[in-house]
Design a protein around this ligand. Sequence first.
Ligand SMILES: *Cc1c(COP(=O)(O)O)cnc(C)c1O
Length: 367
Amino acid sequence: MSTIPFLNFDPMHKMIRDEIMRSFADVYDANWFIMGKKLEAFEKEYAAFNDTKFAIGVSNGLDALHLALKALNVTKGDEVIVPSNTYIATALAASYVGATPVFVEPNARTYNMDPANIEAAITSRTKVIMPVHLYGQACEMDAIMAIAKKHNLFVVEDNAQAHGATFNGKITGSFGHANGTSFYPGKNLGALGDGGALTTNDADIAKKIMMLRNYGSEKKYHNESIGFNMRLDEVQAAFLSVKLKHLNEWTKQRKVIAHQYNDALKNVGDLILPEVHKDATHVYHLYVIKTKNRDKLQKHLSDNGIGTLIHYPIPPHLQKAYASLKKKKGDYPIAEELAENCLSLPIWPGMTQEHVKTVADAIKKAF
Ligand SMILES: *Cc1c(COP(=O)(O)O)cnc(C)c1O
């Protein structure tokens, strides 16, 4: 029986092994591990890739979102609009600064924050709209930015899943006032450990974030604010520089795989395949299908050696962590339906046409 894991780093990592080992040797021999040349170089490269004036490397994606809100002075009593269907990190960032996450339902077809639902959620306490480019598809950023402008709100993009996606030709992570991304190993651009970054075009915000991530200090032992230790270390920065050079090629491969799935799974059972907004591009961090028979299908695939995951089985408003918000089942039906019916299929650079066919054939057999 063939075994197709949900995610397999092997093809990517075999290809860059020598480059990675050399980059590690660079750091090892330089004997400089925190806030050095590798970080500076990666920040320049990532800012260029992301078409922003500044990129600031930090410890992880959650810390990036937290720092973004902190730098925008979001605080206790404020409200942050987040999607009802996201990884909990988005909402946690709001909670960390003492703000309340306010959920809005996604578009039922793209699963991304629906601009049509945002205005109803805005109150006198709203400070920020935080769209998530879920699964790798860019949100409708033109409409979201227009609403933010009209109501004088900040936008913080959660770009953890969408490195390189675009809306109307503009790259995600370059729309908002301060945006966060993650380099968790499984993300499209992944470190070999934890990592993250903020992107912004605002020099004042960038400076604030650079201080906040490093004990609130610009000059060593001169602390101007109650900062954090949320730095990206030299080893991870060096690895990320190597991987960034290959990202566009790996994204292309993800798109090819997604199109193969689209062709092979058309009109199979009650399957609903990913739908991309006409002005958006999708970098397929995840290839997510929907079916009323999700649990049965997942078990069938598992029995056939095919790994799948669910992103995500419990929406934030139904998590114990957010019991204090007093939300109940039925409050966000689109997010809840997605949680019940979605299934993420294997997709990784190096996955072959044969692999895709094996997965698709197993799915067809299940229906
Ligand atoms: C991964 C992820 C994060 C958090 O990133 P970490 O690096 O794991 O802290 C935040 N938001 C979304 C949508 C993510 O997928």
